[in-house]
Write a protein that binds this ligand. Structure first.
Ligand code: F6R
Ligand code: ZN
Length: 191
């Protein structure tokens, strides 16, 4: 068991930021995930046009080898599109595949796109006051389908680990795009 002492952290309920600055978020820009967008040409043009920030998320300095630890924080995913595809997170499986995760919507509106290695696919809308359970084995990607930042609090087993490689190589089976001004889930033509 790790020797972590009790502590308190502040996360603003609307912005999602730790306003005291006790912890700093990791930032991901379009340049960090050009190949993950269906329209890579549009992504490259956005990189050249200023490389916008897609999202930021907190990871705490907690032991990563202890199944008793809970990792937690917020994800702040900005609104926008690359081509017709909404801004999204990279998405990942957990390295310990059967570890689950809880997300709780604080502000903004979006979707969690999920799939299993066996090819089951699901997506759920998430907004303020809604708790979303991502079961073990399900890769998860957050997508901002709204016009405000999508802010969610998350908790998962601290030793779960992140497998980004599988998603980076193959992408998701589905994409979330804007069609007629509304979100639509379509097949990924690259899959
Ligand atoms: C942790 C988790 C979230 C994401 C965050 C950023 O297991 O699911 O904290 O890490 O939303 O997304 P990724 O990690 O896919 O870049
Ligand atoms: Zn996760």
């Amino acid at each position: 068991m790790s020797d972590v002492k009790p502590f308190v952290l502040d996360f603003d309920l609307v912005s999602g930021f730790c306003t005291s600055g006790k912890v700093k978020p990791t930032q991901r820009r379009v340049s960090d995930m050009v190949a993950q967008f269906a329209n890579e040409t549009a992504a490259r043009a956005m990189v050249e046009g200023g490389d916008p920030l897609l999202y930021e998320f907190y990871g705490l300095d907690l032991p990563e080898d202890d199944s008793g630890v809970l990792q937690f924080g917020t994800t702040i995913l900005y609104p926008g599109k690359v081509g017709e595809e909404y801004f999204m997170t990279k998405g990942h499986f957990h390295t310990i595949l059967d570890t689950s995760e809880i997300y709780y919507g604080l502000s903004g509106h979006g979707m969690m796109l999920m799939e299993t290695p066996e090819g089951q696919v699901d997506w759920k809308e998430i907004g303020p006051g809604e708790a979303l359970y991502v079961p073990g084995r399900w890769a998860h990607r957050s997508i901002n389908t709204g016009t405000e930042p999508l802010v969610m609090f998350f908790v998962y087993r601290g030793d779960a680990g992140h497998d980004y490689g599988t998603i980076e190589e193959k992408g998701y089976r589905k994409l979330v795009v804007e069609r007629d001004g509304k979100p639509a889930v379509i097949d990924n033509p690259k899959w």
